[in-house]
Design a binder for this molecule. Structure first.
Ligand code: KG4
Ligand code: ZN
Length: 349
């Protein structure tokens, strides 16, 4: 196509500011053309919530309010751009905690109104999936993706940018939630995922045979609450019998049970969709045992395996900016009536 006939948006780089505040990270990032990160500023509240053993929504909202202005300013500064250089502002508007979401949404709306830069509302899970585009420039839909985080466990067929089919999901706890609860029960702090991951390296994954729950009616669904109870029962029964339990063995055996079911359902999806590529995303996707197990399964089936670096697995603004880019290119814009939707479904607007 001759340059002269290109539309304005196709001619220049598309710079998007992504804002994320759905849980306990205040994050902002500038991404060029959906895949090139110019800045990625993350202010984590983990230290604050550790004292309480989990995220306290009211405290999270207040911390977001304290940090958001500074985080967004830093993201623009690090990218060496001003508001006028942006093509759009992408913001997570759901799912998540309503108070924290509202901080990001209100801030983004104010910024959009003041600068006349268009606003794009982003689904948090769509953001997690898009984290894979950032470091894998060649990755294009379609591909199935396992999204495992503190709030979500979804097996999704990414048919196209912005077009998702949910194959399966958790019926109860999210995988990350199970990691956090079990970590607490065995005396590791919050957030439990990374601590179990580290402790498990010194443990025996076969020391205790914890259940691998199957949801018989829906082959791609997951259930983790029974596993969590099984761990608690095991600890109680040891204590009642005056027997000691080994933290590293419980961590490794629990992790093996989670990984087994995540891998089994992922493999089913790969085979039934005859997938050529498979991706993982979300905080739990940085788990070393899960990464190794899925990678091995993909290799065995000749499937290309994609996963973001750990810093892009947990909540960040770059994944929101990347997802916003594809929505923006599809002509999606939000108005100033954009609201936080705590239980937003994937694929809904
Ligand atoms: O994606 P994320 O930052 O936030 C949500 O959208 O929920 O995920 C946070 C979750 C927490 O439950 C944390 O324990 C878990 O991801 N996580 C891990 C690991 N790193 C973070 N779980 C298992 N292994 C890890 N290495
Ligand atoms: Zn997340």
């Amino acid at each position: 196509m001759a340059v002269g006939t290109m539309k304005e948006t196709e001619k220049k780089d598309i710079l998007i500011l992504g804002i994320e505040s759905s849980c306990d990270e205040t994050a902002a990032s500038v991404v060029r053309n959906g895949r090139e990160v110019l800045s990625n500023v993350i202010s984590s509240q983990i230290a604050t919530h550790t004292v309480y053993g989990g995220v306290v929504p009211e405290i999270a909202s207040r911390k977001h309010i304290e940090k958001i202005n500074q985080v967004v300013r830093e993201a623009l500064k690090e990218a060496s751009i001003g508001l006028k250089d942006l093509s759009a502002i992408g913001v997570t508007y759901g799912p998540g905690l309503v108070g924290p979401l509202l901080v990001g949404v209100s801030f983004a709306k104010g910024l959009s109104f003041a600068s006349s830069v268009p606003l794009v509302g982003v689904h948090h899970i769509e953001g997690h999936i898009a984290a894979n585009y950032i470091e894998n420039k060649e990755l294009e839909p379609p591909f199935p993706c396992l999204i495992v985080s503190g709030g979500h466990t979804h097996l999704v067929n990414v048919k196209d940018y912005g077009d998702f089919e949910i194959l399966g999901r958790t019926m109860d706890d999210a995988a990350g939630e199970a990691f956090d609860k079990v970590a607490r029960a065995i005396g590791l702090g919050y957030p439990g995922g990374p601590k179990i991951d580290a402790a498990a390296k010194a443990g025996d994954p076969e020391a205790i045979r914890f259940p691998r729950a199957k949801v018989t009616e829906h082959e791609y669904d997951f259930s983790f609450s029974g596993l969590k109870s099984a761990v608690l029962n095991y600890l109680n029964s040891c204590e009642m019998k005056n027997e000691t339990w080994v933290q590293a063995d419980v961590a490794a055996s629990f992790q093996a049970a989670v990984v087994d079911v995540l891998v089994e359902n992922s493999e089913k999806a790969i085979l039934s969709l005859k997938a050529k590529r498979f991706a993982i995303a979300g905080g739990v996707a940085s788990n070393s045992a899960l990464r190794e197990a899925i990678e091995a399964k993909c290799r065995a089936h000749g499937v290309e395996f994609y996963r973001p670096s750990p810093v892009l697995c947990t909540d960040n603004g770059a994944m929101i900016a990347s997802a916003a880019y594809y929505e923006y290119r599809n002509g999606i814009r939000a108005g100033l009536d954009l609201n936080a939707v705590p239980n937003l479904k994937l694929g809904e607007r």
